[in-house]
Design a protein around this ligand. Sequence first.
Ligand code: 9D3
Length: 222
Amino acid sequence: MRIDVLTVFPAMLDGFIRESMLKRAVALGKVSLHTVDLRDFTDDVHRTTDDRPYGGGPGMVMKPEPIVAAVEAIRTAHSRVILMSPQGQVFGQGMARALAEESHLIFICGHYEGIDERVRGLVSAEELSIGDYVLTNGVLPAAVVVDAVVRLLPGVLGGEGATEEESFSEGLLEYPQYTRPVEYRGLRVPEVLRSGNHAAVAAWRREQAEARTRERRNDLLQ
Ligand code: 9D3
């Protein structure tokens, strides 16, 4: 898979890539990840990427030309173009699974008050949000989506991914986990986990996952 992330803050993402699981995926050749500086697609001496909004109002709007030029330079017939935006469809594990099937993803990150509305249609972008809270720009949202997608690529998590996704796709929260020591500050690890009875362990985990989901995230059970 190839991923390009278009932003005026490429260094923000480069740091994340260098320090995360993404570095391993890149080293293994599972993904080629590129940050693209939108300023490289400007043609004025000031390398301008934003301008004042028509109709007035506070802040600046991202100009269409650098973004459209960058997408047109990078895209192929097989590219899926994703505009990170608070107005987008809310990203979830289902979308992560769908995006993991693609061969080329292009993420556009906004800054300032937003992006000129004409961009979306001109590059046939779908809009994605990561949830209902206000961030200062789209770089962290793009990093969130890239992280969720890349970890699903075959071989990135050494094959654990698939199994874990199955349990997530059942729509339950995870069961509680314990490691040594068996007693810590007077708190003991549940006996069943040390019983060696695999069927009993599986049943206990299932009950715990269901009880947790009911208490904390009843919406997932609906
Ligand atoms: C405060 C400015 N807002 C009113 C004019 C609009 C606005 C523009 C740009 C609000 C946030 C942003 C920056 N956020 C994103 O680009 C973004 C985002 C988010 O803030 N929350 C959840 N998902 C996403 S995806 C992109």
